[in-house]
Design a protein around this ligand. Structure first.
Ligand SMILES: *Cc1c(COP(=O)(O)O)cnc(C)c1O
Length: 387
């Protein structure tokens, strides 16, 4: 359905918040003549590391490339198993495949949509070398209990914090204590650089190797070579990648990072309005904070249960007829052709399937007006027979 079919202004599920300051920052980078990875990337990395209480930050071309690098520096290789939630964007599982390992799917918790120590335990195999724990939709994963399970077994826990910038875990930014964490700046996420990602790590040795691997494993970076008239000769220490971010992207990221608190505060206000509006509606359940942390509501998902008069698909159609673009909830990787026929473990994935089939993501973005949000709320309440 198009907007003209409904005669209403369309309300999108997500809109990046970009403005004059970003445009100005881009103009400055262009005027500087250095647009590839350089001083702005370094500045963004430093600001990000300090904001996230992470020791070391390595900017990348995407979260997908950051996850790949994380598994490489963690030493995961062919023959290893990597436990991942099926209930995640497919990049989480793909990262394991890239290093020749086998993604083994674990189920998630009904309330958070995240893996837990028990769901991971149910998926462990003798070959498990790493776990990717996802802060799904921005809800923090209960990281400490997962580390308590995995550390004694020598299993590395990588945090896929793609969605979770601005979320907190036990009073700290998510990822603060992660050995390795990966972040996304895709426009669907809370902070955007167009495309882009970050790898953070508490371990300098892993950070330094990741920094080299991102740039073809060169012993001297291109920016350093450029700094001297007679460029020092470089060596290629191992097989690396081109996973660089550009200074154009980083300049935007620096501005976006300054706004993070404002953005997260606004998102949480909007989510709280949805929560109040739907609190009394039978069959609806909105995602919220777990007891150990706070979410940035990157995905503000709504469960549509059997007590609601419409199923999820029909509620989405109803919203679309009111000019509102909701999205189906988070996917289940084990159902996609890329993995459906693969041997990916034997854990039950009942909660994953339930959430994938019964949730939708509501419009929520910084500039969503109260008036537009009221349109979404009224449409849902109307479907519930309450207005
Ligand atoms: C968006 C997302 C990714 C991929 O991020 P890109 O920056 O687009 O590569 C990975 N994992 C999760 C959980 C995501 O939501």
């Amino acid at each position: 359905m198009t907007v003209s079919d409904t005669g209403l202004d369309r309300i999108d599920v997500m809109k990046p918040w970009l403005g004059e300051e970003e445009a100005q920052a881009l103009a400055e980078v262009i005027a500087s003549g250095w647009v590839a990875q350089g001083p702005k990337v370094r500045e963004f990395e430093e600001a990000f590391a300090s904001g996230q209480h992470a020791g070391f930050a390595v900017a990348t071309s995407s979260c997908t490339s950051a996850l790949h690098l994380a598994l490489v520096v963690a030493g995961v290789e062919a023959g290893d198993d990597v436990v991942v939630p099926s209930f995640s964007f497919i990049a989480t599982a793909n990262a394991a495949t890239y290093v020749g390992a086998r993604p083994v799917f674990a189920d998630v918790d009904l309330h958070t949509g995240c893996v837990t120590a028990p769901t991971i335990k149910a998926a462990l195999t003798p070959a498990t070398r790493a776990v990717i724990a996802v802060d799904q939709g921005g809800v923090p994963v209960d990281f400490e209990s997962i580390r308590a399970l995995c550390d004694p077994l020598g299993i590395v826990v990588v945090e896929d914090a793609a969605c979770a910038i601005g979320s907190t875990y036990r009073g700290q930014p998510v990822g603060a204590n992660a050995e390795l964490a990966a972040w996304s700046f895709h426009p669907r996420k809370v902070l955007t650089t167009g495309e882009g990602g970050m790898l953070t790590t508490a371990r300098q040795d892993l950070g330094e190797r990741a920094r080299r691997l991102r740039e073809h494993a060169m012993s001297v970076s291109a920016a350093e070579r450029h700094a001297s008239l007679l460029a020092p000769s470089e060596q290629y220490l191992e097989t690396g990648f081109n996973y660089r971010m550009t200074d154009l992207q980083a300049a935007v990221g620096i501005i976006q990072l300054r706004r993070l608190e404002t953005v997260v505060r606004r998102r949480r206000e909007l989510a709280a309005r949805y929560a109040r509006a739907f609190a009394g509606v039978e069959g609806l359940r909105l995602v919220g904070d777990p007891e150990y942390g706070t979410t940035n509501f990157q995905s503000c998902w709504l469960e549509v249960g059997p007590a609601f008069p419409l199923g999820r698909e029909n509620l989405m159609k109803h919203l679309a007829s009111d000019g509102i673009s909701a999205r189906r909830g988070i996917m289940a990787a084990h159902r996609q052709p890329a993995y459906a026929d693969a041997d990916s473990g034997t854990a039950e994935l009942g909660v994953t399937e339930w959430l994938t089939d019964h949730t939708l993501i509501l419009p929520l973005y910084h500039e969503l007006t109260q008036q537009d949000q009221d349109r979404v709320i009224d449409s849902v309440l109307h479907a519930a027979g309450q207005s």
